[in-house]
Design a protein. Structure first.
Length: 117
């Protein structure tokens, strides 16, 4: 069995792009890194809607405390013209963890999560 040093491993993996578990590629736009192209595209759409004054604003990756040591991080909150808010999650794959956190979030905050697929 061959043993590698940390430097040997870094040299071996250098230049090789790691693919995510669900084959989504991280994308950077305006200094923000998104987990997928789909999420980055939605961000661009929100920017256009804001410029067009269709929405009042939006926030990236708001974090909600569900319980001690249990957090849910949405992709976006959108602030609409009618003063309502919408919690957005851009989904490629719905994991068991996400489904459980979604239920806890919706029960605790009495809000629905809008999933963009």
């Amino acid at each position: 069995m061959e043993h590698w040093s940390v430097d040997d491993y870094k040299n071996f993996t250098n230049g090789k792009k790691r693919t995510s578990k669900y084959r989504a590629n991280k994308v950077s736009i305006d200094g923000h890194t998104f987990d997928s192209q789909k999420e980055a595209d939605y961000y661009c759409e929100l920017k256009l809607r804001l410029q067009g004054k269709e929405i009042n604003g939006f926030c990236l990756q708001p974090t909600f405390i569900l319980a001690p040591k249990l957090k849910y991080k949405a992709d976006f909150i959108v602030f609409h013209k009618d003063n309502s808010t919408e919690i957005i999650d851009v989904k490629g794959v719905k994991t068991k963890e996400y489904i459980a956190k979604k239920k806890v979030f919706e029960d605790k905050f009495n809000l629905k999560i809008t999933e963009i697929e």
